[in-house]
Design a protein around this ligand. Structure first.
Ligand SMILES: *[C@@H]1O[C@H](CO)[C@@H](O)[C@H](O)[C@H]1NC(C)=O
Ligand SMILES: *[C@@H]1O[C@H](CO)[C@@H](O)[C@H](O)[C@H]1NC(C)=O
Ligand SMILES: *[C@@H]1O[C@H](CO)[C@@H](O)[C@H](O)[C@H]1NC(C)=O
Length: 819
């Protein structure tokens, strides 16, 4: 259809047609009209009234109308003007398509005469259609590098108009690569074809946009366009190209594993698989393959394991880039590793003596070692130190060898193990260091004797100890070790009273426990001096001494011993005489007792236990003297019997008793008379026997007395001589008096009676032992403790000082012996 603005002015055309129609009507009976398409409704087509020879008003009167065969009425009659007009727009292309002539036949019926008049209306073409392409966009694919001259058919355009109004020509917009040829088919249809004039390069221009225009021959001409999109199909005509011919990177050796070092980068101008670049190593060692990895897609080069400058400081490798079809290029990759102080120094001890004797002289080499550091430069410069205050020092030897030597004397007893720390430090920033420990044992030498805590000990043990009892224990300590500290104990070979000490005391050589081999008796010896020696088992052994004093403590183990009056062997007792004329306090006799103990145990007291005449006699509590308590009377019996008990002050106390017989008479005849008067007849048979015995005893006594006197005289002479000798030398007198202090000495009173025996020629022939008063005021007597009891040969005990003491006792002299 023609576009609305396109409204041609048809008046002149209508007039021509009218003229032609009139001519036709005159020539033939058929009325012909022609009318252009696309006229407004009601446009004039032909004057029917006139052509039929009628007045316009007759048309209605005669019932003129149009009859057509069932078609849409294209035309109508205008009754006022009597002309044929269009009923609407007429589109020739719709009515007649591509036919060259478009004729519409209709009949006019005149009802009054029933006449039919045929009318033919020709519809004239108007250029109301432009040529049109079926698709306004065309896609053409051309492989690049296609040879020039190749043709590519294009879609043709259509124009429904006919004649010159139909499609007449094609044009292609100007471009560098393509031209257009138009082929004309048998039916006159025109086919456009694209001709490649110049080789295409996809990399230069991948897509070409062309415009194809189809034009008709109308006036004015009309045209239609279509866009042609020429896509250049890629061909792998480019190899990948690396951005750089050589890639370089410098990295410190301590980069973490997996670090991206660099990325190689190649580009391929092609597209698709032809431009897909993959990277790979080329010409590479197995080692590099272990250290580096190349991402085949991104070209990133990263580490697979830690880098080590000390291993290799430089890597060179080749990488290649490859596109899909296989074109490839290469590039070099250079990696330089920088040293980092990542290696601590190493100390290698080549030899070490683990044990050195403590008497090693200073300067002895203990260990030899060398230092190394795998880093280079300052990072590899190593210095070595040991801790201060050690008796060792370092000496540098050749290269990086060092010696550890002793700097002073060692003492195992002070420190037996040295844990020497060698600290090696390099010169890096920050420096790294290594510590190595060298263990040096100081071996023992026997340089210490066993030592007792004290040089002397005193032990106090009560006498009567059980035999074999342990009395003391000594311990000596030796700071050395092992055999050098194994201590054995022994007693020195001293003697006591000519008997080896070892027979009194023994020592367990291993434990140092001392045992008493005897039950000690205070009365025999009071102290014992020993020297204990401790030996170690070194080679040579060392020893030390210790002195041990054992003091025996007294126990009350001896009862008082009554020396006078002594118990007669025949059961009778001596008779003491008390004259009837005796004053009160007259000393009748004295009970003499000794106690071999000492101190309280030997402090004796005397008491009257029993008396036939109570109150007549008293006994001195401490002196033992028996004195009359009052004047004797005639009625007092001639014979008095007294029982005296002597008791010490021990715990518990021990005692002894003695029975005294006192005859109360002025003279012996009285006694005899009195005795005769009191003799009982039952005793007459015994009197003779008694008499004989008394005589015999008297005789023996006389002889004994004489012997004792002679003996005493000899002794006195000898003592006098030895006293003169000792006066110049060191004798027994050297023992200090203080030695006896506290011992309270046994004071024994030896009473020797000078017996004067007088025998009276009495009818009764009875003999009496009769003590005569002896008025020797002072008698110095010496008793040289001659007792040869071996146990009393103790040095301390031997010393006896005899002191004569005078006792003025009528008829009695005392020999006082102080021990
Ligand atoms: C290649 O390297 C250049 C320069 O470093 C960069 O501009 C480009 O983006 C890189 N191309 C790829 C694919 O990495
Ligand atoms: C030495 O001393 C170090 C630390 O002071 C310690 O780690 C090491 O175990 C010691 N060596 C021995 C054998 O005791
Ligand atoms: C131990 O005593 C003995 C005898 O007196 C002596 O020979 C020795 O040298 C003494 N030993 C020591 C270590 O004093």
């Amino acid at each position: 259809m023609a576009a609305p603005p396109y409204r041609p002015d048809c008046s002149w055309l209508v007039r021509i047609c009218f003229l032609l129609g009139a001519l036709w009507e005159m020539g033939a009976e058929q009325i012909r009209y022609s009318v252009p398409e696309e006229l407004e409704k009601g446009s004039f087509v032909g004057n029917i009234a006139k052509d039929l020879g009628l007045e316009p008003r007759e048309l209605a009167e005669r019932g003129v109308r149009i009859v057509s065969r069932g078609r849409t009425q294209l035309f109508a009659l205008n009754p006022r003007s009597g002309s044929l007009v269009t009923t609407g727009r007429i589109d020739r292309e719709e009515l007649c398509a591509q036919s060259a002539r478009c004729l519409v036949n209709l009949n006019i019926l005149m009802e009054d005469k029933m006449n039919l008049y045929p009318i033919q209306v020709e519809i004239m073409d108007v250029n109301d259609n432009a040529p049109r392409f079926l698709t306004e966009e065309m896609n053409v694919k051309i492989v690049e590098n296609t040879a020039p001259g190749v043709r590519f058919p294009l879609n043709e355009a259509r124009d429904p108009d006919v004649g010159t109004n139909s499609l007449q020509s094609y044009q292609l917009n100007p471009n560098r690569h393509f031209s257009l040829v138009v082929q004309t088919g048998d039916d006159g249809t025109k086919y456009p074809e694209l001709v490649l004039d110049r080789v295409l390069d996809r990399e230069e221009e991948a897509v070409h946009h062309l415009l194809l225009t189809a034009s008709d021959g109308g006036s004015p001409p009309r045209s239609g366009t279509a866009r042609i999109r020429v896509t250049v199909v890629d061909v792998n005509d480019h190899a990948p190209v690396f951005f750089l011919p050589q890639y370089q990177v410098t990295v410190p050796e301590n980069v973490p594993v997996g670090t991206r070092l660099l990325a190689v980068n190649a580009t391929d101008l092609d597209e698709g698989v032809n431009g897909e670049v993959t990277y790979s190593f080329r010409k590479i060692t197995q080692k590099i393959l272990q250290i580096f990895q190349l991402n085949s897609h991104t070209g990133e080069l990263s580490t697979l394991e830690g880098l080590d400058y000390e291993d290799s400081g430089y890597y060179e490798m080749e990488v290649q880039a490859q596109d899909g079809p296989g074109s490839m290029t290469r590039a070099k990759v250079l990696i330089t590793i920088l040293d980092v102080n990542d290696n601590a120094p190493e100390v290698t001890v080549t030899s070490v003596s683990s044990s050195i004797p403590e008497d090693t002289p200073p300067g002895t080499v203990i260990a030899l070692f060398y230092l190394q550091d795998r880093d280079s430069g300052k990072n590899g410069e190593v210095t070595c130190t040991i801790s201060e205050n050690l008796p060792f020092k370092l000496e540098r030897s050749i290269d990086n060898y060092y010696r550890l030597v002793t700097a002073e004397n060692l003492d195992r007893e002070k420190l037996s193990v040295y844990n020497i720390t060698l600290k090696a430090t390099d010169g890096g920033t920050p420096p790294l260091s290594t510590e190595t420990h060298i263990l040096v044992n100081v071996a023992d030498t026997n340089d210490n004797p066993p030592a007792f805590p004290h040089s002397s000990y005193s032990v106090f043990i009560p006498e009567n100890n059980p035999r074999g009892a342990s009395i003391f224990s000594v311990t000596a300590h030796d700071p050395d070790s092992d055999e050098n500290a194994h201590v054995t104990y022994s007693l020195s070979e001293d003697t006591l009273q000519d008997v080896s000490i070892s027979s009194y005391v023994s020592i367990n050589s291993d434990t140092g426990v001392l045992y008493a081999l005897h039950s000690f008796d205070y009365e025999q010896f009071r102290d014992l001096r020993l020297r204990v020696t401790a030996h170690d088992s070194g080679d040579p052994p060392l020893s030390s001494n210790m002195s041990l004093s054992i003091f025996v403590l007294d126990q009350n183990d001896n009862p008082p011993e009554i020396l006078y009056p002594s118990l007669p062997t025949d059961g009778s007792t001596g008779v003491e005489l008390a004259p009837r004329s005796a004053e009160p306090g007259y000393l009748v006799t004295k009970v003499v007792a000794v106690d071999r103990d000492s101190g309280q145990n030997a402090w004796l007291s005397y008491r009257l236990l029993k008396a036939s005449e109570p109150g007549l006699f008293t006994v001195g509590l401490h002196t033992g003297e028996v004195r009359t308590a009052r004047a004797l009377l005639d009625r007092d019996a001639l014979k008095q019997s007294l029982v005296v008990v002597v008791q010490d002050h021990g715990q518990p106390p021990l005692s002894a008793t003695v029975t005294l017989t006192v005859a109360v008479a002025d003279s012996i005849p009285d006694v005899l008379a009195d005795l005769g008067s009191i003799r009982t007849p039952a005793n007459s048979d015994d009197s003779d026997l008694t008499l004989y015995l008394v005589v015999a005893v008297a005789a023996v006594s006389c002889i004994f007395l004489a012997f004792v006197i002679v003996l005493l005289a000899l002794r006195v002479r000898r003592w006098h001589k030895s006293r003169l000798l000792q006066a110049s030398g060191s004798g027994l007198g050297g023992v200090p008096a203080s030695h006896f202090v506290g011992v309270d000495g046994v004071r024994a009173f030896l009473q020797t009676y000078s017996h004067e025996v007088s025998l009276t020629a009495d009818s009764r022939k009875s003999h009496l032992i009769f003590p005569q008063p002896n008025y020797a005021d002072t008698l110095l007597s010496q008793e040289s403790c001659e007792k040869k009891d071996p146990l009393l040969t103790s040095i301390d005990f031997q010393q006896c000082t005899d002191e004569a003491q005078s006792i003025q006792v009528r008829s009695v002299f005392h020999l006082s012996l102080y021990c």
